[in-house]
Design a protein around this ligand. Structure first.
Ligand code: AMP
Length: 561
């Protein structure tokens, strides 16, 4: 293994800025095939820099925001190196261990590796041991010496100490993802003890969203003469990738607007709706339910397995809308420390969702504006991941205006010169007055009792699924697919009439827009030029009203089928 003789700090400018494609990295054809299957056309900046360094054998500490493609930045070289080693190897052994601070993140890394090894699954085998099953039940899969083992530090250590896993003789690579959370999640001691079981020489990668003191300490413990990659990137994707809008509206308007956006088919693609509390999650869910819009709720009250399952199904396009709450405690840094235990748990939850990858999210809607800048970045960072485009729309009431200003100020440095990062979303509220009456009707049904019932009902349902039916689902995984988390909770009265939108409710502006679009399309159909996707995104950026496309009401009906 080659080890750098000197620590090097590289920024975006230091590294040769010429674009390097996946095909030019000397990767195995099977790996290239899997990359192409994932639809990734070019490496993200972190991948472009980290993969060649890792393939050269260097230890790498990479600082990159979540959503930058950093998981694949280490998975690709790990798989490549295993494939290369296996050409001459005679014995099967564990060559790489991937450590992440939570079960959810382990599961995500495991899935990433599975996808990337889809064309060489026999040659490169990977197991995830993070699930809290009894150790002996996982022993058989470790006895087969999979090439890659994914787990939390404590879980990997437990298996080593139980004699189920030996890394001392064969391990070549150690990867720690979301490194900045490892210590704060209480794994410091486990890591120290784990290191005692590793060989003297191994290659290591540390991936982290921030370079905190904890990460520096971890670096000292794990890396040798590492290359430090600090990409000069903003905290959120650039404006060519992420469009950010805001609209001023008070609470009642928020519900009216939400209902209108859904019922007019203006929200296109998968979306996450963020609110500020668990009760608000259910309030919004029960409200939308009455209009026939099904969304699932994701919050820390639900059992871990349910949360994982919701994210997995969302990523598999089983449903399109998630209503999520982030952790209120973290939103207030001045919170008194009397509740230390609880606070740590909340940090944990927040951290967990930080790394979780919701794939192909077209829109993030801040139904409630986040309570601090970090939370804004954390939420909006769910869209425009990898090299995808995305839109963030924030509903802001008068009390939330100050925070909007704070976020704007914080992100101002990243706005293109002379431009505001936030564009107003010019929706003519007066044109959707018709929706206000319906929305009020629906709101009346969402009583406190209905919310409480919905909350309890869902937890009961989820517990039943995770505890009692666990073994059934292990034997019949296909049944788990049938289990949906976005079912109506029915704690409010059904109002069939709300589900349908008569023509008179469609705002004039949208009717005209639809007509314009049709004429536009016929005119352009013969001309060569930029792709449809590029045109659409450009249009969105130019005209907030077209941020979400009006598709007419028929498309809703089609979708339902
Ligand atoms: P991560 O930062 O590892 O959580 O990755 C965020 C998302 O980016 C994941 O959904 C990946 O599937 C996606 N992704 C990773 N690499 C690429 C790429 N080169 N092009 C497009 N999307 C990517």
């Amino acid at each position: 293994m080659v080890v750098c003789t000197e620590s090097t700090i590289m920024s975006d400018d230091d590294v040769d800025s010429e674009f390097l494609g996946f095909h030019e990295m000397g990767l195995d054809d099977r790996l290239l095939k899997a990359i192409s299957k994932s639809g990734w056309r070019k490496p993200t900046p972190i991948q472009e820099k980290a993969i060649p360094l890792a393939l050269e054998g260097k230890d790498v500490l990479a600082r990159a925001r979540t959503g930058s493609g950093k998981t694949a930045a280490f998975c690709i070289p790990v798989i490549q190196k295993i494939l290369a080693a296996k050409q001459s190897a005679t014995e099967q052994c564990v060559r790489a261990v991937v450590l992440t601070p939570s079960k959810e993140l382990c599961n995500q890394a495991f899935r990433n590796i599975k996808d990337l090894t889809s064309s060489c699954s026999r040659e490169v085998r990977c197991v995830d041991i993070s699930q809290p099953n009894p150790l002996p039940s996982q022993r058989p899969m470790l006895m087969e010496k999979p090439d890659i083992v994914v787990g939390t530090p404590s879980r990997v250590l437990a298996h080593i100490e139980a004699g189920n896993l030996c890394l001392r003789d064969s391990l070549e690579m150690v990867i720690i993802d979301e490194a900045d959370l490892v210590f704060s999640f209480g794994y410091e001691l486990d890591i120290k003890r784990l290191l005692e079981h590793l060989p003297k020489i191994y290659q290591a990668f540390l991936m982290s969203a921030t370079l905190t003191e904890d990460v520096k300490a971890l670096k000292k413990m794990v890396l040798h003469n590492a290359v430090i990659l600090k990409l000069e990137e903003s905290r959120l994707p650039e404006t060519w990738q992420l469009a950010q809008y805001h609209i001023k509206c008070e609470d009642e308007d928020k519900f009216t607007l939400m209902c209108a956006l859904f019922k007019l088919g203006l929200i296109r693609g998968k979306s996450i709706l963020f609110v500020n509390s668990v009760d608000r999650c259910y309030k919004l869910k029960l409200f939308l339910e009455q209009f026939g819009v099904n969304a699932c709720v994701l919050n820390s009250e639900l059992p871990v397995n349910s949360r994982c399952h919701i994210v997995t199904q969302f990523n598999e396009d089983v449903y399109s809308y998630i209503i999520a709450s982030d952790e209120t405690l973290l939103a207030d840094p001045k919170q008194k420390p009397q509740d230390k235990k609880k606070h740590k748990k909340k940090i944990h939850e927040y951290g967990v969702s930080r790394g979780i990858d919701f794939q192909n999210v077209s829109n993030v809607i801040n139904f409630d504006f986040p309570r601090n800048v970090d939370s804004y970045i954390h939420r909006v960072g769910r869209t425009a991941r990898g090299n995808n485009h995305g839109t963030a729309l924030s509903f802001v009431n008068i009390k939330e205006m100050a925070m909007l200003q704070e976020v704007e100020d914080d992100l101002a440095d990243h706005a293109p010169e002379g431009e505001n990062l936030f564009k107003p979303y010019n929706f003519k509220m007066e044109e959707i007055e018709g929706f206000r009456y319906r929305s009020r009707d629906a709101m009346r049904a969402v009583t406190r009792l209905a919310i409480r019932d919905a909350r309890m009902k869902e937890i009961r349902q989820e517990l039943l699924t995770t505890e009692k039916l666990k073994s059934h689902f292990e034997d019949n995984p296909q049944d788990l697919q049938v289990l949906r988390h976005d079912k109506a909770l029915h704690t409010v009265k059904k109002q069939v009439v709300l589900k349908h939108v008569p023509d008179y409710l469609v705002p004039k502006t949208l009717k005209n827009l639809q007509q314009e679009e049709k004429t536009d399309k016929t005119k352009k159909s013969n001309k060569p030029g930029p792709s449809r996707g590029q045109l659409k995104f450009k249009k969105r950026q130019a005209d907030p009203l077209k941020s979400f496309e009006f598709t007419g009401l028929s498309s809703k009906k089609k979708k339902k089928k």
